[in-house]
Design a binder for this molecule. Sequence first.
Ligand code: 5AD
Ligand code: SF4
Length: 458
Amino acid sequence: MNSILSKVDRTYFIETFGCQQNENDSEILAGHLEQLGYLPCGSPEEADVVLLNTCSVREHADDRFFGHLGRLKTIKQEKPDMFIGVGGCILMQPQNQQKILESFPFVDLIFGTADLGRFPDLFFGAADARKTYLAVGPAEGIERQLPVVRKKAHRALVSIMYGCNNFCTYCIVPHTRGRERSRPKADVMQEIRDAANAGYKEILLLGQNVNAYGKDRNYEDGDFADLLADAARVPGLFVVRFMTSHPKDVSARLIETIGREMTVEPHFHLPLQSGSDAILKKMNRHYTSAQYIAIAEKLRQARPGLTLTTDIIVGFPGETEADFAKTMSLIETVKFDSAFTFIYSPREGTPAAAWDNHIDKPTLNRRYQALTDLQYALSRQSNERLIGQTVKVLITGPSESDASVLSGRTADNRLVLIPLPETSLQADNAETRYTNTVVSAVIRSAGSFSVEGSLVDP
Ligand code: 5AD
Ligand code: SF4
């Protein structure tokens, strides 16, 4: 038996790449390891067990993973008893599993996106084996009652469904996470109530396309609008967030629920991807730019002040200057409060990757630059509207770059930085004292990514 299983004070370190779904999966892996008696530690060098939870949605994410594995090899040479497990989206693809088996044989365990429930068995199986244990199961099924160790003090991530049925032609997710599976509503609500009782003020309902919640269960537990309304009525919460949504599945009931339930965030993250109808069609998105604009208008009518954020891909294969101009113009029309912008990245196994009309790099870079310049200006304008207002902020902790500055988010998901006055800095643990509390701040200045304010009645 591998000696890590007999050591006392055993420690683990989990490195997570990619989306919040992966963050949540890592919280469950941490839950299993802590139940097995492992304690968290700060770096792979100190750890007895290192897990890498990978992402393959864009190119740099898998480059970073293989780079990391190279570094782990050096650590393992010095600590041969260290256990290394790799899981998540990258490992769902057979060519990547082979790459690990051939080029990174020091890895102990390879597991998949739907293997969280049986992780302890896989872990012990791998620790007993003398070579890499390839244990990737199919992306199907749903788990009940998994342990969880939440990473953030203020926010509970709650997966409501897994997988995606949409097969956007650029996207690897349906290939790595399988078809849509909704968790039973009773399980989801229990998890939300437990989190609220434990003091979490923010719930983030997660799924690749949360708007499709319940569809695979014939809506026997209701749809996403029902779930959102029930979640919002759990006592003690500051805000209930959700992501990600698909424009084709935004129902009138959902819009009405967002207008009615004040604990639901006054924010909607609605990926547009492109402003050109021709490109949207090639992406297999099933909506037009006019339909998108209509949804945006309805949302803003239903919930005045709602912020709208989006994802945009530039340089999808075949994107012409005219297509790109339509994206720019739609961004101007809708005036997103913020956007995640991506350069198209071919993902092996997706239809678009095999097309022969890919856009050259200088054009990609030029369009990306123009897009981000425009969006940053719009984001700044949006944030500037807050100057002089007093807003409620859920404090998430000290700012990463300066511990004397509190960082938090408004219900409409704006990042707020609050420098602490000297006097409260001297008080014990001023920064952590505020974490997971809701404060009022008056906004003094604004940039593209955040606003800055001062505490009201600190
Ligand atoms: N290339 C670039 N961006 C992508 N996204 C998904 N797949 C790709 C890809 N192949 C973006 C989409 C999605 C977000 C999570 O990542 O905008 O909404
Ligand atoms: Fe990918 Fe499209 Fe599914 Fe989102 S909706 S996960 S972009 S296939």
